[in-house]
Design a protein around this ligand. Structure first.
Ligand SMILES: [Cu+2]
Length: 128
């Protein structure tokens, strides 16, 4: 009985660990809120993030989302930039695959183009 309980507990723990995001950040501009998450810690190379977008508390159905990450020029290093179009997962969730060339602070601009109305931009940063 005790063994079974241990097995069930470790299964539950394993499942909750799998669900926990390794990276999470919230970004906001006016009435647009974005929850950014990734299953894996942010690292050099290709990173996959899920953006959970709400505008005025609602998912922006049908909106196009694209993302620009950049690092300004630094002494001995040119400016770096990475752009990507998000994949619409439905219900306000979007997936992006972002290439990050090096560690440091990256400025991230998220552009949301709704089916009607003005495009909005939400600024945040990713640091690793
Ligand atoms: Cu740099």
């Amino acid at each position: 009985m005790k063994t079974l309980l241990t097995v069930l507990l470790s299964l539950a723990l394993g499942a909750s660990l799998l669900q926990a995001a390794a990276f999470e950040k919230d970004a906001k501009f006016r009435t647009t809120k974005i929850h950014i998450s990734s299953d894996k810690p942010v690292g050099t190379g290709s990173n996959i993030f899920v953006l959970d977008i709400k505008k005025d508390g609602k998912a922006p159905i049908g909106a196009k989302v694209n993302v620009k990450a950049f690092m300004p020029a630094m002494p001995g290093m040119p400016a770096m930039e990475s752009k990507t179009d998000a994949k619409d997962l439905g219900n306000g969730k979007y997936e992006i695959k972002l290439n990050i060339a090096m560690g440091g602070t990256w400025q991230v601009h998220i552009f949301i183009t709704p089916t009607q109305g003005k495009r909005s931009r939400v600024k945040t940063s990713i640091n690793f």
